[in-house]
Design a protein around this ligand. Structure first.
Ligand SMILES: NC(=O)c1ccc[n+]([C@@H]2O[C@H](COP(=O)([O-])OP(=O)(O)OC[C@H]3O[C@@H](n4cnc5c(N)ncnc54)[C@H](OP(=O)(O)O)[C@@H]3O)[C@@H](O)[C@H]2O)c1
Length: 302
């Protein structure tokens, strides 16, 4: 089977490529000149906002499935960079759906808990979205592109992704580790509650959806709800860092451009029961990451 991973240089995209089943032939696209983990002969630089380029590439490769891990993910900048955000999060999905319909491909699309307002989480797949900021609205619009299409699709909502990658922007966990290791003080919100997600477990969930030929909406995230401040303290404990450097703050005090869902979280029972996937609690996910970091450091020393 041939599967296209879009955004294959991002956090989730890299994990999807690394954790692909042996039976799958993976091809990747992203904005950059080279693939981070995709070999050169299976990688193309492709801007998904270019409809004819997307169509041409899909006609050439003819994947049976597309994992759409590409997105504009700058939540605060999206309030001012609205066009960039809309093009990457909505127009790109329209282009993928158009090309997928032409070649008969199925799409697994990634969305977020930010489609909910965070007034009374955790949320189930069938709960009513009510996105607050521009990024959040673009992600709900991207879901609606699929819902109103005629192709077969799955939408997977996740939240607070973290993981170890060869290259890429820091995520919440790697940022906390870097700051505390450098002895810098960090202020972490006490009033944002939700799941935290090891990107490896999400990637395996996406491959399970493809394997089972599943469709519909799934929530895939770590299985425990935790506030961000407690999660940061857990990171400090597991990575033996100084938790005194973590100071509490409220979301309102941060004056961020985009609103955040506070009482958020995703109920992951459907994914665990129907797909039979394993999702860790907060500690379990961090312990897996710690093992990966240790084996990465051991490999770099040899
Ligand atoms: N990270 C989280 O905590 C989180 C939480 C909930 C949901 N999600 C969702 O999960 C998915 C994966 O997130 P992630 O954290 O892995 O994102 P990421 O690391 O930002 O990766 C996204 C990739 O897509 C690329 N991209 C952006 N615009 C593109 C375009 N027009 N054409 C082709 N590629 C484009 C980005 O390139 P550049 O880096 O050069 O822009 C980047 O390599 C996204 O749908 C995101 O909304 C993430």
């Amino acid at each position: 089977m041939r599967v296209l991973v879009t955004g294959c240089n991002g956090l989730l995209g890299q994990k999807c490529v690394e954790l692909r089943p042996n039976s799958v032939d993976v091809w990747g696209v992203d904005l950059h000149e080279k693939g981070v983990v995709c070999p050169a002969d299976c990688y193309r630089s492709l801007n998904l906002t270019d409809r004819s380029a997307v169509h041409k590439q899909l006609e050439e490769w003819r994947p049976q499935w597309i994992i759409n891990a590409a997105a504009y993910t700058h939540v605060d900048r999206a309030e001012t960079e609205r066009e960039l955000c809309w093009n990457a999060n909505v127009t790109a999905v329209e282009n993928l759906v158009y090309a997928a319909r032409k070649i008969g491909a199925r799409v697994v699309h990634i969305s977020t808990d930010y489609v909910f307002d965070g007034k009374n989480g955790p949320y189930r797949e069938e709960d009513l979205p009510n996105p607050q900021g521009f990024y959040s609205r673009s992600k709900l619009a991207s879901e609606n592109v699929l819902r109103s299409s005629t192709i077969k699709f799955a939408i997977v909502r996740t939240m607070v992704l973290y993981g170890l990658t060869a290259e890429g922007r820091p995520n919440f966990v790697t940022w906390v580790i870097d700051e505390l290791s450098s002895g810098r003080t960090i202020r972490i919100v006490t009033d944002q509650i939700g799941n935290t997600t090891l990107a490896d477990e999400l990637a395996l969930g996406l491959w399970k959806i493809i394997d089972e030929d599943a469709s519909g909406i799934y929530h895939i995230a770590g299985r425990e709800l935790i506030d961000r401040f407690s999660f940061a303290r857990l990171i400090a404990e597991i990575f033996a860092l100084d938790n005194q450097l973590i100071l509490p703050i409220t979301t309102a005090e941060l004056h961020q451009a985009a609103p955040r869902p506070l009482n958020s979280g995703l109920v992951v029972d459907k994914a665990m029961q129907q797909l039979g996937i394993e999702l860790s609690d907060a500690r379990g996910g961090l312990l897996t990451l710690k093992k990966q970091v240790e084996s990465f450091s051991a490999r770099s020393k040899t």
